[in-house]
Design a protein around this ligand. Structure first.
Ligand SMILES: [Fe+2]
Ligand SMILES: [Fe+2]
Length: 497
């Protein structure tokens, strides 16, 4: 409740900023033409009344439009940052639209051969819609396209053909830019958008103005589509840097083992790196089985335990063959060190600008699960086990996205299966089911959108991967009561035991 209230307030602030920015933009865009005419008698007393009224209308439209979708459409959950991002994009598009429609024809050498209305077909909305889909999602891209089309069409003197063209071309751009993982596909998305833009422009020209010089409209539409890829490629890194997003292209770059954090992990905590690769393989398969984002899962899994490089020897996967440092520590001390890897991981992700999606997954990958191993170890010293359970819990938050939940499950499953000696297929399936059920019953999945059917599919995908890749590994200590701590955060038995 507390979080919800804070988010709502942040949204209000964002909407306020949005409205103010739109006000300034409208004032600049319409200033001279609109203000002297607007407001009637009131306009004589308060010359800006037209701009204020228009700003109010636009702010109403945007708040209703995005507010309704934010409340009722499952995948439209816009944080304050997203509002600001969409607002900034809309404003940049408004200014570009004005430049294209009014200033470009005036400066063009061919301004006599080409009617100025054709320049509407150059408004670069496909590129902007592509960027929104790549950084947010399809639903938000559609909402953005409609809102930005209405506003940009107003700049183009409110012409019907302009509005229809912007809706057609923006939707076409967004529709062709799903799962863009490299620059080539980005350019290809633009190339595939071009025919739709060209056809749309020709059809609208024919419908509203006749066939004269119609090919110019087609050519402008095609140029708009072709330019969408390069323009989106130019906007993406700026948006990623300024707003903390990570596109799939950026995720692909981060997945390279040349990334300084991964290089550190390989050299200083090789066991953790190996564990992370396995978690990534599992999570990727799990995500693919329910149409979540497999690439995000794989890359986030690579970084999920990066905080362990601060004290690698305290984690089981890096202790093979060595002494168990937890033998000389109290369970309380061990708990502090183990819990700190989440906070350290988030800090490092922010330092290296891995993007908010990765940082959030790192912070949520253990949810509020219990460190059973150390709770069991502390058992003789505690009076009330229930009360102590709270002390031995990770601080959370619990996974809030499907991808974060899949990584949490993959992490726990990998740690559990790693400890089993040559498990058969039935044992693997039983372990996966037990871990998924326990996470569900413990309430760890209460804040994410995974359905029971999704959980079943993810569990099956894990089972398939594990059966394919598993080989016998080291033993896991018999705790008897509790499950293995996720991510191999529990010290191993001493070698030889
Ligand atoms: Fe972890
Ligand atoms: Fe882990």
């Amino acid at each position: 409740m507390k979080n919800g209230g804070r988010n709502n307030r942040l949204r209000e602030v964002a909407i306020g900023l949005f409205s103010a920015a739109v006000f300034v933009a409208l004032f600049y865009l319409w200033g001279e033409e609109l203000l002297p005419r607007a407001g009637g008698r009131l306009g004589k007393i308060f010359p800006f009344v037209g701009a204020v009224a228009l700003t109010l209308a636009v702010a109403l439209f945007l708040t209703e439009w995005f507010g309704f979708a934010g409340r009722e459409v499952r995948k439209v959950r816009l944080a304050a940052r997203d509002f600001l991002f969409l607002c900034t994009l809309s404003l940049v598009l408004l200014f570009l639209a004005r430049w294209v429609v009014e200033l470009l024809p005036a400066g063009s050498a061919w301004n006599r051969a080409i009617p100025s209305r054709f320049y509407v077909y150059l408004i670069p909305i496909p590129a902007f819609a592509m960027v929104v889909r790549i950084l947010l999602n399809s639903e938000v891209a559609l909402l953005f396209t409609v809102a930005a089309s209405v506003l940009s069409a107003a700049v183009a003197f409110g012409r019907w053909p302009a509005l229809l063209f912007l809706l057609i071309s923006g939707t076409a751009g967004a529709a062709r830019s799903g799962r863009i993982q490299d620059r080539y596909r980005m350019l290809l998305a633009g190339v595939l958008t071009a025919p739709v833009c060209a056809l749309g422009a020709i059809a609208l020209e024919l419908a509203f103005h006749g066939a004269e010089r119609i090919w110019w409209a087609g050519l402008f539409g095609a140029i708009n589509g072709l330019a969408a890829g390069p323009i989106a490629l130019a906007i993406l890194p700026v948006a990623e840097y300024a707003f903390g997003y990570a596109s799939d292209i950026r995720l692909m770059e981060m997945a390279s083992t040349n990334h300084p954090l991964l290089r550190r992990l390989i050299l200083e905590a090789p066991g953790t790196f190996h564990h992370s690769v396995m978690v990534g393989t599992l999570a990727e398969a799990g995500a693919a089985s329910i149409h979540a984002n497999p690439l995000l899962c794989r890359v986030a899994a690579l970084f999920h335990d990066v905080g362990k490089v601060v004290k690698p020897q305290y984690f089981s996967e890096n202790q093979a063959g060595g002494a168990n440092v937890h033998d000389v520590l109290t369970p309380g001390m061990s708990r502090v060190v183990i819990l700190s890897h989440v906070k350290e991981g988030v800090r490092m992700a922010q330092e290296h600008r891995l993007g908010d999606r990765i940082a959030e997954i790192i912070s949520q990958h253990h949810g509020t699960s219990i460190l059973y191993y150390f709770l069991d170890k502390a058992q003789p010293l505690i009076q009330d086990r229930r009360a102590s359970e709270e002390t031995f819990r990770y601080p959370g938050p619990r996974p809030r996205t499907r991808e974060a939940a899949i990584i949490m499950l993959a992490d726990t499953v990998e740690a559990a299966v790693r400890s089993m000696k040559s498990p058969g297929q039935d044992e693997i399936v039983e372990t996966v089911t037990r871990i998924v059920n326990r996470a569900y019953l413990d309430g760890q999945l209460n804040e994410c959108d995974l359905t029971l059917r999704d959980l079943h599919s993810v569990g099956q995908a894990f089972g398939k991967v594990l059966t394919a890749v598993l080989h016998a590994r080291i033993d896991y200590p018999e705790s008897g009561k509790g499950p293995p701590a996720p991510g191999g955060d529990t010290p191993l038995q001493q070698p030889g035991k």
